[in-house]
Design a protein. Structure first.
Length: 407
């Protein structure tokens, strides 16, 4: 009874603290993710109030949080959206991957962490935060802007890339031999491709089977189906997150809309628990030694994300102001960077990877909304000044006589 009471007190205190932190973040209009990470650091080993009996339950809640995050992301896209984005925007996705994954891989190699950690850190720096960016676009009233479809296309391609990327790092982190690892990877990718094919071809039938006018039955069926597929996917080394993501893509129409409204509160609750759990496994004392590399990586990859958005918007025929807005909006990293780093932390490949990822996400999840708001006006002001300075020179050259005129 004493242990049960302590568990209820600890877990109740965590949920209450998260609710208050969420209110605080909403009042000042910024993402609560950094506050949730800081709460995890405070409750974890080496923090102010280390947890005791509730840590195992928090770990289970964190796993459900990852699954619900990916499910809700999949619900945002239909199979037709998936195919059309792959066909029309694949070049932007390739530029995005090259510019933003390579700095992370290079940093891991420079720190001497080895090739597996390089692949993991490449994913951490590559994937923007869909959740933070969607909120920022809504807060700034830019959902109807011309550059917004470009931003969303890049986010869709990043999210879809996880269906391939996560099985790869799952196989790498398992530390199996070359033959065994290759077989695991082939099975994982084959399973992901099979589920994706079923989602594209039979999504309507799945949605019809799941759909119900009774919210209770819809919630139970969708949640049960998601957890079942996620578990089977993890058994096949695909990762539970990818399985949940593909279930979300398979659902469409009324089933997707109903599931989205019913699962949103659950997603927010368990996602918050996930960020706390990640913070629990990061010793605050381990962050200062990696703060400078994290800051350097944040500066470089903020610049590469701005360049990515600018290039993609320019290719789509967007004006200069829209290009800068697109680039600035893509800077934020968040939930999926932590998901990727969390896999590596669980595998225990590099002790400093978790602290570096935490510091990196904390920096960019705070800088991201500011970058979305101020990149365009700052760039316009700077380019405007350059033109103003260049104008008198151009005028002087235009009034000077040509050589043949002097002659």
């Amino acid at each position: 009874m004493h242990s049960s009471a302590r568990f209820l007190i600890e877990f109740g205190a965590i949920i209450l603290a998260l609710g208050l932190l969420g209110r605080f973040a909403a009042r000042f209009q910024f993402s609560p993710i950094p506050l949730y990470l800081l709460a995890g650091l405070a409750f974890g080993e080496g923090g102010l109030l280390p947890l005791g009996t509730s840590e195992e339950f928090v770990a289970i809640g964190a796993e459900i949080g990852v699954i619900l995050l990916l499910l809700m992301l999949g619900l945002e896209y239909t199979a037709s959206d998936l195919v059309s984005n792959l066909k029309t925007q694949y070049s932007a996705g390739l530029v995005d991957a090259a510019l933003n994954a390579l700095p992370g891989a290079a940093m891991a190699l420079l720190l001497g962490w080895g090739p597996v950690a390089a692949v993991v850190l490449a994913g951490v720096t590559w994937i923007s935060s869909s959740g933070v960016i969607a909120k920022v676009l809504g807060d700034l009233g830019r959902l109807g802007n011309r550059e917004t479809p470009v931003i969303l296309s890049i986010l869709v391609l990043e999210d879809l890339s996880m269906a391939v990327y996560l099985p790869i790092i799952t196989a790498l982190l398992a530390g199996t031999g070359l033959a065994s690892g290759s077989l695991t990877l082939v099975v994982a990718l084959g399973a992901a491709a099979l589920v994706l094919l079923v989602a594209v071809r039979y999504g309507r039938h799945i949605s019809r089977f799941v759909s119900s006018d009774d919210p209770e039955k819809l919630l139970l069926v969708v949640l049960g189906l998601t957890l079942l597929v996620a578990g089977l996917a993890q058994q096949l080394q695909v990762s539970a997150a990818v399985g949940a993501f593909l279930v979300g893509i398979a659902l469409s129409g009324e089933a997707a809309e109903g599931a989205h409204s019913l699962l949103s509160p659950l997603r927010d609750l368990f996602a918050a628990v996930f960020f706390v759990f990640f913070g629990l496994h990061t010793d605050p004392a381990s962050i200062p030694p990696v703060l400078l590399p994290a800051l350097a990586l944040a500066v470089v990859t903020a610049g590469t994300k701005i360049a990515t958005g600018y290039w993609a918007a320019r290719r789509a025929g967007i004006s200069a102001k829209g290009r800068w807005r697109a680039g600035g909006t893509l800077v934020a990293r968040g939930e999926f960077s932590i998901v990727i780093a969390g896999l590596a932390v669980t595998a225990g490949i590099e002790p400093s990877l978790g602290p570096l990822a935490t510091a990196y996400v904390l920096i960019l999840v705070i800088v991201g909304p500011l970058s979305a708001r101020y990149t365009e006006p700052l760039a316009t002001r700077l380019t405007g000044r350059r033109r103003d300075k260049a104008a008198p020179v151009a005028d002087a050259k235009s009034t000077a006589p040509e050589p043949h005129e002097v002659a």
